[in-house]
Design a protein. Structure first.
Length: 148
C-alpha cells in the first residue's frame, strides 16, 4: 500500500469498535478528529477515501458481489467496498486482490459521509453545504478501466 494513503489509514485507526453494530458511533471519533483539522486535511481525507473506493470499483469485484448477493445494486456494491476501507490496509489489499469474498455480505455506508459530517461540525453548518468534490468518483461504474 502506498504511503500516500497513510493519512487516511492513520485517521481510520480512531474508530471506536466498542460500538460495533452502530456504524455512526464507531465513526464518531474519526469525525471529531477531522473536525479539528484544516479544511484542506478534511478534503484530503475525502480524496483519499474516494480514490481507495475507486480502485475497488472493478467488474471482477462487482461479479464477486453479485455472486454473494444476486440482488446487488450499485449502492450495495459501494457500501460493501466501504467495508474494505473500514477494516484497514491489509484487509483492503486482500479485497482488492479478490481474496475476501465475505466482504460482499456486509456494508458500511456511514463511512462515505465522514468528511462532510466533519466539515459541517467544524463550521457549524449543514452537511449539505460541504464545498468539496473529490477528483475521483466513488460511485459504482466510475472506474471505466476497471470495468473493461
Amino acid at each position: 500500500m502506498e504511503n500516500r494513503y497513510q493519512y487516511f489509514w492513520d485517521t481510520m485507526e480512531l474508530c471506536d469498535w466498542d460500538f460495533e453494530g452502530d456504524d455512526d458511533k464507531v465513526l464518531t471519533p474519526v469525525i471529531q478528529h477531522l473536525s479539528k483539522q484544516s479544511d484542506d486535511l478534511i478534503f484530503q481525507f475525502d480524496d483519499l477515501m474516494s480514490e481507495l473506493l475507486y480502485h475497488l470499483d472493478t467488474k471482477k469485484l462487482a461479479d464477486q458481489c453479485q455472486e454473494a448477493d444476486p440482488q446487488m445494486c450499485d449502492d450495495t456494491f459501494l457500501y460493501s467496498r466501504c467495508v474494505a476501507l473500514i477494516n484497514g490496509p491489509a484487509y483492503y489489499e486482500s479485497v482488492r486482490r479478490g481474496n475476501e469474498k465475505n466482504v460482499w455480505d456486509m456494508e458500511f455506508e456511514s463511512l462515505i459521509y465522514v468528511p462532510r459530517k466533519a466539515w459541517a461540525q467544524k463550521h457549524h453548518s449543514p452537511d449539505d453545504d460541504y464545498p468539496h468534490i473529490p477528483p475521483l468518483s466513488l460511485e459504482t461504474g466510475s472506474n471505466q478501466n476497471g470495468w473493461k
